[in-house]
Design a protein around this ligand. Structure first.
Ligand SMILES: [Zn+2]
Length: 306
């Protein structure tokens, strides 16, 4: 690539999209954020995504840069080989051929990827996992999802659904998960589950961040809910380690902001669960909520090398 070459990167979420112009060396030259307004329906969202991408390509050209490819990260089940958003509940996509639509409208090669796998790609190559060849990236927010990265590439699975660690069964008969089954990891340890479980027991609403603060302040109910979430998370990560044998587990998403309050007990609980497996290094994500957008840029850059 030439010095003026950039890729257009978009990370499309349920509420907003993070966008950037990124150079081949990973330098971010320009960023934008736009609302997704998913309630308008999939056609309108696709039109917004393509319009924003077009605007970014135009901005690049106006700045004397040359947009050479597009990378788009989307949540849900993504068929990366075909560039199709198979099912994205958050943005209302079902079988949307996003890659073909973007290529047709902008005339640029386009890569479409899964948002958490894109985030994991960025953390593994540029962020907290960059010194390891085998990395598990776990994003904990509204839900829990993961990406397994080997040598800087993410495994997608046969159907584009690899990494759904949030739906490991950790508490049979436990709280019902959004997927319909009781006891999934996501139903106990996601930020929204922590808030929900505490609120149900306390009889008053609270967010996971508030539960964390109250647990740190010594409130017994908050400490119980927090401990249960950490224990279940350690069960999930121990299963992940049995499957993937990674060097580094990178924890991202909103819950990682709890810092030592999460990482200290989680390390101890994971340590207890290791028998013959090597214990992974457990670290906080380094790229924050930019990871998905940077990962989309990496997908676009990778697609040019193929
Ligand atoms: Zn589930």
């Amino acid at each position: 690539m030439r010095p003026a070459d950039v890729v257009v990167a978009l990370d499309v979420g349920g509420t907003g999209m993070k966008c950037a112009l990124v150079r081949a060396d990973g330098a971010v030259l320009h960023t934008e954020r736009h609302p997704t307004d998913a309630e308008r329906g999939p056609d309108a969202v696709v039109d917004t995504v393509l319009g924003v991408a077009e605007g970014l390509a135009g901005k690049a050209r106006a700045d004397g840069l040359d947009p050479v490819a597009i990378g788009i990260a989307v949540p849900g089940v993504i068929d990366e080989a075909r560039g199709v958003a198979v099912w994205s509940a958050n943005v209302g996509f079902r079988d949307v051929p996003l890659r073909d639509l973007a290529q047709a409208r902008l005339g640029l090669p386009t890569a479409v990827g899964h948002d958490v796998r894109a985030g994991g790609l960025a953390e593994a190559r540029l962020g907290a996992g960059s010194d390891a060849a085998h990395v598990l990236f776990v994003a904990i927010g509204t839900g829990i999802a993961a990406a397994h990265l080997v040598g800087g590439a993410a495994a997608t699975g046969a159907h584009g659904a690899a990494g759904e660690i949030g739906h490991i069964l950790v508490r049979p008969g436990g709280p019902r998960c959004g997927c319909g089954r009781p006891g999934c990891l996501e139903a106990v340890s996601s930020a929204s589950a922590i808030g929900r479980l505490y609120s149900a027991r306390a009889g008053a609403p609270a967010t996971a961040a508030e539960v964390a603060d109250r647990a740190a302040a010594g409130e017994p109910l908050a400490a119980d809910v927090w401990r249960e979430a950490v224990e279940a998370l350690a069960d999930g990560l121990a299963t992940g380690q049995a499957l993937f044998d990674v060097e580094t587990v990178v924890i991202g998403g909103g819950l990682a902001r709890a810092g030592a309050l999460l990482f200290d007990p989680l390390r101890a609980a994971l340590h207890e669960r290791m028998t013959f497996h090597r214990e992974p290094r457990l670290v906080a994500a380094a790229l924050g909520d930019e990871a998905g957008c940077l990962g989309a840029a990496l997908l676009a850059l990778d697609s040019l090398e193929k």
